[in-house]
Design a protein around this ligand. Structure first.
Ligand code: PEP
Length: 252
């Protein structure tokens, strides 16, 4: 069966020494994370090795990066490869976050390449998708999100797809305080699962974790996570405060 997952995306926040403190605070308030659950902390690259060392030995808590480059190595100043991420002890990578799509022009095609190289290097992929406000208002969010998934993931084999987690993050809900209602989240998650089932079969679709992201907080997490197709959350702002992140983990 699919795992419940809470992943924290620190984005471009937290300097090195504070990172150690935040991870220690998160771990100190965490009771045992059951085997059917996973907590993933995704700090900026500079924290990865330290963070992986800090969580080492804590069951079902691991570290992820927020991006990787399309190429394996070479003259790509400023970029970080999937192999480098893996070498820090991190196990996952977020790909396709709407901020990267918007500010760094990441296309579905480029993301397909990033997904490939991440999986080739043994990283679990947290693949983000989600529509802008205008698309939601036009009522075309299902086909839009379906297109993102098809273009960036559907070249994968079922075996590869088993290492992909999907994170539905409506852009209008990210960092805005406007959370999707549990009905909106459930409808989209059920749609994503049906799209995966049509391509890869019901079993793989049932085993794929689909996370919700967008202004998820300790106060709304339990209601969102109670939806049958919502398997946890990708958390931005609330992952920067140990107590809030722990509250969301407790809701899982
Ligand atoms: C995110 O950026 O992945 C996110 C969900 O942000 P927030 O929780 O701050 O809306």
């Amino acid at each position: 069966m699919r795992r419940k997952i809470v992943a924290g995306n620190w984005k471009m926040n937290i300097e090195h020494a504070e990172g150690k403190e935040l991870i220690n605070d998160i771990l100190s308030g965490l009771s045992n994370v059951e085997e059917s659950k996973q907590v993933i902390i995704c700090p900026p690259f500079i924290h990865l090795q330290q963070a992986a060392e800090l969580v080492h030995g804590t069951s079902h808590v691991s570290i992820g990066a927020q991006n990787c480059y399309t190429e394996a190595s070479g003259a790509y100043t400023g970029e970080v490869s999937a192999a480098m991420i893996k070498s820090t002890g991190a196990g996952s990578v977020i790909l396709g976050h709407s901020e990267r799509r918007e500010y760094f022009n990441e296309s579905n095609e480029m993301l397909a390449q990033k997904v490939n190289i991440a999986l080739e290097n043994g990283l679990q992929v947290i693949f983000c998708c989600g529509e802008a406000k205008e698309i939601r208002e036009a009522g075309t969010q299902n086909s839009f999100v379906e297109g993102q998934i098809k273009d960036s993931l559907f070249h994968l084999s079922a075996e590869q797809m088993a290492n992909v987690v999907v994170a539905y993050e409506p852009i209008w809900a990210i960092g805005t305080g406007l959370t999707a209602s549990s009905d909106q989240a459930q409808d989209m998650h059920a749609h994503i699962r049906s799209v995966l089932a049509a391509k890869y079969g019901q079993e793989l679709a049932n085993n794929t974790s689909i996370l919700y992201g967008g202004s998820c907080k300790p106060t709304n997490a339990a209601e969102l996570f109670a939806c049958p197709d919502v398997d946890g959350g990708l958390i931005g702002g609330a992952s920067l405060k140990a107590a809030d992140f722990q509250g969301i983990i407790a809701a899982m």
